[in-house]
Design a protein around this ligand. Structure first.
Ligand code: F3S
Length: 276
């Protein structure tokens, strides 16, 4: 049986970078879980003594604080800067960008519109950089009753879909005189989705690896299932069942954006062992 990995799978650039930073930091604490994968968080804890705190209020004796890919609010950052703690910034550069845009454009007098989920830590962080008026919306209708200034700047949460972003931009163009559009969407998630689709169309069994509570892993599984009925979602190699592979010729493998490479390798190794 042929085993083929999707063209794009697993960690995105920002998460890979954050893990490297955490490994090098050692004896540090992350503000919020670094990624949505408990096994990886445990590995960082056991091998590199990197702890996870829920927020900056939990900091006690820690000497180094790692800011995770989603970033933190401007206020929390300045509290950290005013403390004795060493700050290690692992904010993804694709998240730093909308933070900077928000800060700059609101200083220039633009109202800010953020397309995203206002409860998401990334959006809370980006929003905190706006000095003036800022609106977070998931749909343009949420702006119906709002009197916007004649100058509006619009950014997106990194993981949103571009089609919806364009609808919001179109709406704004009809509502105000000047709209500055910053496409801050990151393609990493969609690259994994495109790749799983392409592979699932050709494979006769698909194994998707990732946390069962990870929404992007579930999304990959659903796309895969759409094109290959024998698709399975597993967290690690212990869930593999040799029966699934009977009479199969081509096994496709993909993994969610928070699945570490070592888990993927363990799964591939075990599937290879089934062949023998
Ligand atoms: Fe950064 Fe995009 Fe990943 S914003 S953390 S590279 S999904």
């Amino acid at each position: 049986m042929k085993i083929e990995l999707a063209n794009s799978y697993g960690f995105c650039f920002g998460v890979k970078r954050a893990i490297k930073i955490a490994e090098n930091a050692k004896d540090a604490a992350t503000i919020g879980p670094l990624i949505h994968n408990n096994e990886e968080i445990n590995r960082l804890k056991i091998n590199f003594n990197v702890k996870t705190l829920e927020g900056i209020s939990e900091i006690t004796e820690e000497k180094k604080a790692i800011i995770r890919t989603h970033g933190i609010t401007k206020n929390d950052l300045s509290k950290l800067k005013n403390s004795d703690i060493k700050i290690i910034d692992a904010t993804c550069p694709f998240v730093t960008k909308p933070q900077q845009i928000c800060e700059k454009m609101s200083k220039e007098g633009y109202d800010i519109v953020i397309f995203g989920d206002e409860n998401h830590p990334e959006v809370k962080g980006v929003k905190s950089y706006a000095d003036g008026k800022v609106y977070v919306v998931l749909d343009e209708s949420e702006l119906d009753n709002i009197k916007l200034s004649q100058k509006v700047a619009v950014v997106s949460q990194t993981t949103r879909k571009v089609e919806k972003f364009m609808q919001i931009v179109n709406y704004l163009m009809l509502k105000t005189k000047e709209v500055r559009v910053f496409n801050t969407i990151c393609n990493a998630t969609f690259e994994n989705q495109e790749a799983v689709k392409e592979l699932a169309e050709r494979a006769d069994i698909m194994i998707i690896i990732g946390g069962k509570n990870s929404s992007n892993t579930k999304q990959l599984y659903l796309i895969s299932k759409n094109f290959c009925n024998d698709s399975y979602l597993i967290e690690n190699e212990s869930e593999l069942n040799e029966e699934w592979f009977r009479n199969k010729n081509h096994c496709g493998v993909s993994a969610g954006a928070s699945t570490p490479d070592w888990i993927i390798q363990n799964v591939v190794k075990k599937i290879e062992d089934f062949k023998n």
